[in-house]
Design a protein around this ligand. Structure first.
Ligand code: ATP
Ligand code: MG
Length: 424
């Protein structure tokens, strides 16, 4: 992609309305544009990042045998009346009347819809367990939308739903999702902290939130830094959850090394038994031909919130520092204004795009300094400068965005250079 084709316009100053660094940097680097309160347009750069995050989430859901599908954003109110949540949900739900005066709503979550459809396709215990998910826009009319896409009104969520024959099996499923969530957040370069959680409007008795430590987070967390830094992937669900103290926080009871900090909730999982299968009459027949109501769970990831959470984790005073697998472009080629090196850049763009997928070439009629600043602001992990050094010594300058390390290579050396796919 050439910058001359890209819809991009960097801002030097942070817009006043942006209170936290991720919101500031997303606006300054043309990732998002506010359409109206809590509702955003995802501009080309932001959209690429959103898709990259979505794909990492998708990969991990597919790996545990979860079926991807797509439910509508608009739902009928009937099912919500049956589950009792139509009145409970309150003002957060956006209610719409169609031309025939049917009551519709913009889905804030999908338990009702999925429970209703499930019983049409699975009638026997032999069809259980089953896991289903979609990655779809939600609408919640939050009282205080703020911090950009961190707490929007319209936001992208991955929500999965599980159906099991009984409680024991549903708990096993819960553990599978729990472990898969740890892997997902680690694949995104983050260090997740699972925290026991209240179940709220969704209901049920078993629930965890996944928090990312950040100064700007909305949740207060008490944690033991030593526990948090352990490799959770090596541990079983039982080992991890036994690391909690009675107050449900990630503190070792036997030590006093507690830090009070803040966290961003990036995921939330629930086991709620038959809370929806009973009122919505979703059942299967067991091996004796008797009706059994599946035990269910739901599992959410805040995909759009994650774009901001990842920026909160990876940035410096010059801009974003994307993990390689999430960055909108992996490598950015930069030439100077007068255009004498454009052919070299074009050739390199073609070769590196074949090898690394998304590569950009800043071919704008702007000074080198400005282009370097924009590259740092956007957060592209690698840049290649074709400037004075090329003209004088046929050398290209490779810079690692995260640690600023530079190497000077010839054209053919750059073509075979292994750009490390690093996480800052
Ligand atoms: P919160 O306590 O932050 O309001 P929640 O408990 O209402 O979250 P869930 O219903 O569990 O959230 O939704 C699953 C995930 O969706 C959350 O963990 C969060 O990452 C994301 N999410 C929820 N509300 C928003 C929002 N208004 N804007 C962006 N992401 C959101
Ligand atoms: Mg909420």
């Amino acid at each position: 992609m050439k910058f001359s084709n890209l819809l991009f316009n960097s801002l030097k100053e942070s817009p006043k309305e942006a209170k936290i660094v991720s919101h500031q940097l997303m606006l300054r680097s043309s990732m998002i544009r506010q359409h109206t309160s809590g509702i955003y347009t995802w501009l080309p750069l932001g959209f690429k990042v959103l898709k990259n995050i979505e794909n990492i989430v998708r990969y991990n859901q597919n790996k545990i045998g979860c079926n991807e599908m797509m439910m509508s954003t608009i739902q009928s109110s009937d099912l919500w009346k049956k589950s009792g949540r139509y009145s409970d949900y309150g003002k957060e739900m956006l209610r719409i009347n169609d031309r025939h005066d049917n009551e519709l709503l913009y889905g804030p979550t999908n338990e009702e819809v999925i429970t209703d459809l499930f019983s049409d396709y699975v009638n026997s215990y032999k069809g259980l367990p089953k896991y289903l998910y979609h990655i779809q826009w939600k609408f919640r009319d939050e009282i205080r939308p703020r911090f950009g896409v961190m707490r929007g009104r319209e936001f992208l969520m991955k929500d999965a739903y599980s159906f099991d024959l009984d409680h024991e099996s549903a708990v096993e499923t819960y553990k599978i999702f729990f472990k898969s969530y740890l892997q997902t957040f680690i694949d995104l370069g983050l260090q997740p902290i699972p925290v026991k959680a209240a179940t709220g409007a969704i209901g049920g008795d078993l629930s965890h939130e996944f928090q990312i430590i950040a100064k700007t987070g909305e949740s207060e967390l008490a944690y033991d830094p030593e526990l948090v830094s352990q490799n959770l992937l090596n541990k079983s669900y039982e080992e991890i959850t036994s690391m909690y103290s009675a107050s449900d926080e990630m503190i070792d009871k036997n030590r006093s090394n507690v830090v009070i900090g803040r966290g961003i909730e990036v995921g939330h999982i629930f086991n709620f038994g038959t809370k929806y299968s009973l009122p919505l009459e979703c059942y299967v027949l067991n091996n004796e031909g008797k009706k059994v109501f599946p035990h269910m769970g739901s599992y959410g990831v805040g995909v759009s919130r994650l774009t901001a959470a990842i920026i909160e984790a990876f940035h410096d005073e010059n801009g974003i520092k994307w993990p390689f697998n999430i960055s909108p472009f992996k490598i950015n080629i930069i030439t100077s204004t007068h255009g004498s090196n454009n052919e070299v850049a074009e050739k390199l763009l073609e070769k590196l795009t074949l090898k690394y997928g998304n590569v950009s070439y800043d071919d704008r009629d702007l000074g080198m300094g400005r282009k370097i600043k924009d590259s740092e602001l956007i957060g592209i992990p690698w840049s290649i400068i074709i400037g004075k050094n090329y003209e004088e010594n046929k050398q290209l300058e490779i810079t690692n965005r995260s640690n600023g390390e530079k190497s000077f290579l010839t054209e053919s050396e750059v073509e075979s250079f292994k750009f490390e796919q690093y996480t800052p």
